[in-house]
Ligand binder design. Structure first.
Ligand code: GDP
Ligand code: GDP
Length: 434
C-alpha cells in the first residue's frame, strides 16, 4: 500500500489537510474499534486506491520556533519512508526561508512530489499562489484544507501515482512477521537470537512493494517470513533520535505483515512510541504480540511481571487479550515461546467460525443478555455470521441495529473472545438491518 507523507513547516495547515484526507474513511474504520489513537497516521481511499497518510509534522516536537534541523530530518525521513510526498506551503505567508530550504531538499527527490499551496480559500488568493513557482519545483495545486476546495483535484493526481492494488495479496500462506519497536528496544538482537548465527535463510524474495523484502526462515520447526524494509537495513541519513522515527519506520513493515511483533524495552516500560506502534498495527487489523525484552535486566519481586503486564493491558484497553511475553534476546529466554506465540496469533487471525455453531453460542448469550431497549423500542438480534474476510469480522442482524450502542458491541466482542481464540487479533463487529 502506498504511503503518502505530508511535509512542510509548522502552521501551513498540514494537520488540517491530514484530517481532511483521512476523515471519511476514519469514521468508518474507527466506529468499529472505538477511538482514534494517533492523529498523525491514518488510512484513506480515493478513486478506488487505498493509501496511508502520515502527517510528519505531528511527530516533531515544538511548534513555531522549531529548528530548521528538525524540519530537515522530517523531510529526509519522509523521503526515505514514503512513496509520495505532499509539500504544503501557505499562501498567506508566501515563500519563507524554511520553505526554500525544504524545496532544496525536495528538488533531488525522485519520488512523486506534489506542492499544495494551502489556504487558497477564495479565487482572489489564486493569483497570489503564482509566487510558489519560485520554489523551483514546478507546478502546484491550490487548495483550501479548511473548506476542501482543490483537495479533490490534488487527490485525483495523487491517486494516479498509486499503483493498482496487488491481486490476492494474502495468497502467501507462510506467516509474515514484522519485528517493530522503538530504537534500542532490541529488535535486531531478537532477530539475531531468533535466526541464529547459521542464518537459516531459505530464500530472499522481493516483496510486493518496492522497498520491502520478505525473508523466509525456517526455525524451530516453524516456517515464516520476516518482513523487513530496505529502510531498516540501509544506514539511514536520519539519526534515530526523532520521536516519530520508529513509527515511520514501522508503517510499511506493519502494513505488509500478518503479525506485528512489538518489541519493548523492559527497562523503559510501555511508552508513547510503543503505544503508537501498537495502534498502528491495530488500525491495520494485524495480529499483535508484545515482547517485553531485556527482562534479564529487571530486578524481580513477586509481582513484577504481573504488574508490568497489567500496566500494558491498561494502556491497550479495550483490546486487552494480546499475548505479552517476557523475553531476553541476550540470554535467549523465551525466544522460542515468542515465535510460537506469533504463529498462534497468525492462526487465530485466520480462524473461521461455522455459522451454525456461532449462532448456537451467540444467540443464547444474547438471549440471556439482550441489548437494552432504547426509546421504548426492543432490539432483537436474530442471526449472526462471520464475514468471509481476511481478518475476523462479524455481522449481527437485528431489527433496529441503529440503537445498539458501543458498550453492547464491546460486550459482544468480549463474549466472542471468551468463546473462541482470537488472542492478539483485532476484530470488527457490525450490526446490520434484518
Ligand atoms: P500544521 O502545523 O502545518 O499542521 O498546521 P495546522 O493544520 O495546525 O494549521 C495551522 C493554522 O492554519 C490553523 O489555525 C488552521 O486553522 C489554519 N488553516 C489550515 N488550513 C487552512 C486553510 O485552508 N485556510 C485557512 N484560512 N486557514 C487554514
Ligand atoms: P534495536 O535498535 O531495537 O534493533 O536494538 P538492538 O538489538 O540494537 O539492541 C539495543 C541494545 O540493547 C544493544 O546494546 C543490545 O545489546 C541490548 N539488548 C538487546 N536485547 C537485550 C536483552 O535482552 N538484554 C540485555 N541486557 N540487553 C539487550
Amino acid at each position: 500500500m502506498s504511503i503518502i507523507a505530508i511535509v512542510g513547516r509548522p502552521n501551513v495547515g498540514k494537520s488540517t489537510l491530514f484530517n481532511r484526507l483521512v476523515k471519511r474513511r476514519e469514521a468508518i474504520v474507527d466506529s468499529v474499534s472505538g477511538v482514534t489513537r494517533d492523529r498523525h497516521y491514518g488510512k484513506s481511499e480515493w478513486n478506488g486506491k487505498e493509501f496511508s497518510v502520515i502527517d510528519t509534522g505531528g511527530y516533531v516536537v515544538g511548534s513555531d520556533d522549531i529548528f530548521e534541523g528538525e524540519i530537515r530530518k522530517q523531510v529526509q525521513l519522509a523521503i526515505e519512508e514514503a512513496d509520495i510526498i505532499v509539500f504544503v506551503v501557505d499562501v498567506e505567508q508566501g515563500i519563507t526561508p524554511m520553505d526554500a530550504e525544504v524545496a532544496k531538499i525536495l528538488r533531488q527527490v525522485e519520488k512523486p512530489l506534489f506542492i499544495a499551496v494551502n489556504k487558497v480559500d477564495n479565487a482572489m488568493r489564486d493569483a497570489d499562489a503564482v509566487e510558489f513557482y519560485n520554489l523551483g519545483l514546478g507546478d502546484y495545486y491550490t487548495i483550501s484544507s479548511i473548506n476542501g476546495s482543490g483537495t479533490g483535484e490534488l487527490l485525483d493526481a495523487i491517486a494516479e501515482e498509486i499503483p493498482e492494488p496487488e491481486e490476492d495479496e494474502e495468497k502467501e500462506e507462510l506467516p509474515r512477521f514484522a519485528v517493530v519497536g522503538r530504537p534500542n528496544a532490541g529488535k535486531s538482537s531478537f532477530i539475531n537470537a531468533l535466526i541464529g548465527e547459521d542464518r537459516n535463510i531459505v530464500t530472499d524474495i522481493a516483496g510486493t512493494t518496492r522497498d520491502s523484502i520478505d525473508t523466509k526462515y525456517n526455525r524451530f520447526g516453524f516456517e515464516f517470513n520476516l518482513v523487513d524494509t530496505a529502510g531498516i537495513r540501509k544506514k539511514s541519513k536520519v539519526k534515530e533520535d526523532l520521536e516519530f522515527y520508529s513509527v515511520m519506520r514501522a508503517v510499511r513493515a506493519v502494513e505488509h505483515c500478518d503479525v506485528a511483533v512489538l518489541v519493548i524495552d523492559a527497562t523503559r516500560g510501555f511508552e508513547g512510541q510503543d503505544e503508537k506502534i501498537f495502534w498502528l498495527a491495530e488500525k491495520n487489523r494485524k495480529g499483535i504480540v508484545i515482547l517485553v525484552n531485556k527482562w534479564d535486566l529487571v530486578e524481580k519481586e513477586t509481582n513484577t511481571m504481573r504488574d508490568f503486564e497489567a500496566t500494558i493491558r491498561q494502556a491497550i484497553a479495550p483490546f486487552t487479550d494480546v499475548p505479552i511475553i517476557f523475553i531476553s534476546a541476550l540470554t535467549k529466554q523465551r525466544i522460542f515461546k515468542a515465535i510460537e506465540t506469533a504463529v498462534e496469533v497468525f492462526e487465530n487471525r485466520k480462524r473461521r467460525i461455522q455459522t451454525s455453531k456461532l449462532n448456537e453460542t451467540m444467540l443464547e448469550i444474547i438471549e440471556h443478555n439482550p441489548p437494552p431497549a432504547t426509546k421504548g423500542k426492543f432490539i432483537k438480534i436474530k442471526y449472526c455470521m462471520q464475514l468471509p474476510t481476511h481478518t475476523p469480522q462479524f455481522a449481527f442482524f437485528a431489527n433496529l441495529p441503529q440503537y445498539i450502542r458501543d458498550p453492547y458491541k464491546r460486550y459482544i466482542e468480549n463474549q466472542l473472545r471468551e468463546h473462541y481464540n482470537f488472542n492478539g487479533v483485532p476484530m470488527s463487529i457490525y450490526f446490520r438491518q434484518k
